[in-house]
Design a protein around this ligand. Structure first.
Ligand code: SER
Length: 331
């Protein structure tokens, strides 16, 4: 059950611990690794509701089982580790959330409120929570979607992310909590697979190309969506979290852009490296979700406030993805 923060709990802090909730997800695995590179690996505590599928993936530091809806367990971990930063990534993504809306709402909202309340109570200096392009909806201007505009999301995931953004702003204003957030586009990486999202096709397509198989795409060929390569997403997250607090002017969540492409365009980019690769199209219920989201993002605020600049476009990402996915698996 979610409860409001009680009186701040005074503890003697062991400086340096970082808690990553949802560490086994697509972003969590890579962000945990990046944080462990940046800090002492044993100071970065990975937590998830299940252990990682590949035990080696998070072997470099502590791992704790945690259901973020289990408030006493979360409180015990916060009290034990005294984190200076919490990265709260656990959520149901867009397509899965439409299938189980009540659980998605519970996980996405109560999970966030549990983290925010404990962060206030235990005086955690910084919290990171990801938002998404899903906060926008069919009434939103689709091209170069501005930071501040009509939102009206029409997916459960989008509604939960928009409400979460407003909660983050409220906790910042009301309690002075330094909670920061980015509206990620679709994230693409070679180290881990997404699960249950509408942008997942742009990861799956590379795996099929490398396996020498054809790909059936669940979106139409001309569906443009904002996307980002994982190294850029990691850089954005760490840059945001290390920017001086007074440069963070947006306390809901920052628009974040890198590239925008359609299934037809990513197919062409892959075919340049892998001639003969074939894609067919069988749009499903995820098409309506994609159609309600922006095609491209205006991220001027992130560029101005904390110096955001992406490094990867579609061609550069495609070359890098294919090189890495073709690397032999080291046992
Ligand atoms: N990648 C997410 C999804 O497709 C959007 O944030 O659900």
């Amino acid at each position: 059950m979610t409860t409001s923060p009680s009186e701040p709990t005074t503890t003697s802090r062991t400086p340096g611990n970082v808690l990553v909730i949802g560490a086994c997800g697509q972003l969590g695995l890579e962000l945990t690794a990046a944080l462990r590179q940046r800090y002492a690996p044993e100071a970065v505590v990975a937590a998830d509701v299940r252990p990682p599928k590949d035990p080696a993936a998070l072997a470099g530091g502590p791992f704790e089982l945690l259901d973020v809806l289990d408030q006493p367990r979360l409180e015990a971990l916060v009290a034990q580790y005294q984190p200076v930063q919490i990265y709260h990534l656990a959520a149901l993504l867009s397509a899965t959330a439409e299938k189980d809306p009540m659980f998605a709402w519970k996980l996405n909202m109560d999970g966030l409120l549990n983290v925010l309340n404990l962060a206030v109570q235990y005086r955690v200096p910084q919290v990171y929570w990801p938002s998404s392009i899903a906060v926008f909806g069919p009434d939103t201007p689709r091209e170069h979607t501005p930071q501040t505009t009509i939102m009206n999301p029409n997916t459960v995931y989008g509604i939960s992310k928009l409400a979460g953004e407003q909660w983050c702003e409220w906790y910042h204003r009301h309690y002075g909590l330094d909670v920061r957030s980015l509206r990620y586009p679709g994230l693409i990486g070679y180290k881990s697979l997404p699960g249950g999202g509408t942008t997942d096709y742009a990861v799956d397509i590379y795996h099929k190309a490398v396996a020498g198989e054809d790909f059936e795409c669940f979106l139409k060929a001309d569906t443009y969506l904002p996307m980002m390569y994982m190294p850029d997403a990691l850089k954005a997250t760490l840059d945001l979290m290390h920017a001086p607090a007074d440069s963070i002017k947006v306390r809901t969540s920052y628009n974040l852009g890198a590239m925008s492409f359609s299934p037809a365009e990513i197919t062409t980019a892959i075919q340049q490296e892998t001639p003969g690769f074939q894609v067919s199209y069988a749009p499903d219920q995820r098409q309506a979700i994609a159609d309600s989201w922006p095609a491209s993002i205006d991220d001027t605020a992130a560029r101005q406030d904390w110096g955001w600049a992406p490094e990867f476009d579609l061609e550069k990402m495609t070359r890098d993805m294919l090189v890495h996915l073709r690397e032999p698996v080291v046992a």
